[in-house]
Design a protein around this ligand. Structure first.
Ligand code: HEC
Ligand code: HEC
Length: 300
């Protein structure tokens, strides 16, 4: 009975919010996609690293990139898509999977990171092994435990499909599909995904819905003292490679040293953003920490 009676006011509240949003904020909360896909730099943010001028944002390109992202055709046996390991419900990470789980049920060695604000990334992967968003998808496509396909085969499969030929014609003006066109479409889909409207962002902008209570203010204060030197605002990463003290020996994964071959880089990994972090468990490059409580225990 108790839970029933508290349910009613919640329901009424959400209904009245629903009506208000129909009246007041035009398209904002509507479930249908906006008429025109845009990439906008949120107020007060740095300029992005990715230059959309070379891959101008259009609905056709974005939708094509989205279709490719969710198409298992990109894998050797047509079973694994990018979306298999990057689930929207987990902020485009693989929730509940410590390490990547790909073709033939094979396991990788690293945790699938959440995907957003990638247009600001200076490098990709936990060790920063790739430095351009248009090159990044070749990694998983050709990785033997992820999609195990060749770029050439993917392009051949796409060219054999009249559906894709039409979509590429509409998006990039040519139906002879090249790997660059495909990589640009995927880059556009991923690059346009921006996380900039959390409660924190509303707090910073002084908007309604952005009021922090005393405990949240205290948390922000502590965060700025103890965490923001690496997880710096507003992206919640400074894009550097650091050792946050998880290990003292690095036999399993040398991290950044894998790329630089510099022994001083052993055990350093890319500082991940903490936006949407509640959704992207488990945590760290190898998914070893299951909960945020465990993360805080580690740092304590
Ligand atoms: C089998 C699971 C799996 C599949 C399939 C997969 N990924 Fe990933 N993805 C991962 C893992 C694991 C990492 C981290 C790898 C590393 O750091 O070495 C990653 C990293 C990334 C990153 C880097 C993010 C960052 O912040 O550095 C991007 C972008 C990405 N994937 C996009 C894609 C795209 C696009 C596809 C499809 C072409 C794809 N992924 C397919 C598991 C997967
Ligand atoms: C010295 C730089 C540094 C500081 C300070 C720091 N972190 Fe981190 N943080 C990192 C690095 C590097 C990683 C990734 C480590 C890895 O996977 O090996 C990380 C990972 C995380 C993760 C996991 C995110 C994910 O997607 O897996 C969380 C959560 C986190 N940090 C929260 C915090 C909090 C909370 C604080 C303050 C108490 C903090 N960090 C302070 C560098 C730092």
């Amino acid at each position: 009975m108790k839970s029933y009676s508290s349910f009613i006011p919640v329901l009424i509240l959400s209904l009245s919010i629903g009506f208000q949003s129909c009246k007041d904020d035009k398209d904002d909360d509507s479930p249908t996609p906006p008429a025109q896909i845009k990439f906008e730099v949120p107020a007060g943010w740095p300029q992005p690293v990715y230059n959309f001028a070379n891959n101008e944002v259009t609905n056709e390109r974005f939708q094509l990139g989205r279709k490719l992202f969710y198409d298992p055709l990109l894998s050797r046996d047509n079973t694994i898509s990018c979306g298999s390991c990057h689930l929207q419900s987990g902020a485009f990470s693989h929730i509940d999977h410590k390490v990547s789980h790909g073709i033939d049920d094979l396991d990788g060695t690293r945790n699938s990171p959440a995907l957003f604000n990638l247009a600001w990334n200076t490098s990709f992967f936990w060790d920063g092994g790739v430095n351009h968003i248009e090159v990044q998808p070749i990694g998983p496509i050709e990785n033997p435990v992820e999609m195990d396909e060749t770029l050439g085969n993917v392009v051949a499969k796409l060219n054999a499909s009249n559906t894709y030929k039409n979509l590429f014609l509409n998006a990039y003006g040519s139906d002879s599909i090249t790997s660059q066109m495909m990589l640009r479409a995927i880059a556009q889909f991923m690059g346009v995904m921006v996380s900039s409207n959390s409660k924190y962002d509303k707090f910073i902008r002084g908007e309604s819905g952005g009021t922090f209570d005393a405990q949240e203010l205290n948390g922000l204060d502590l965060f700025r003292q103890k965490c923001a030197s690496c997880h710096s605002e507003p992206l919640f990463t400074d894009h550097s490679f650091r050792n946050n003290g998880l290990d003292s020996v690095f036999i399993n994964d040398p991290g950044r040293a894998h790329i630089t071959l510099d022994p001083n880089d052993e055990g350093k990994f890319k500082v991940p953003s903490l936006r949407n972090v509640e959704l992207s468990y488990p945590y760290m490059h190898d998914g070893r920490l299951k909960t945020l409580e465990k993360v805080l225990d580690h740092y304590a």
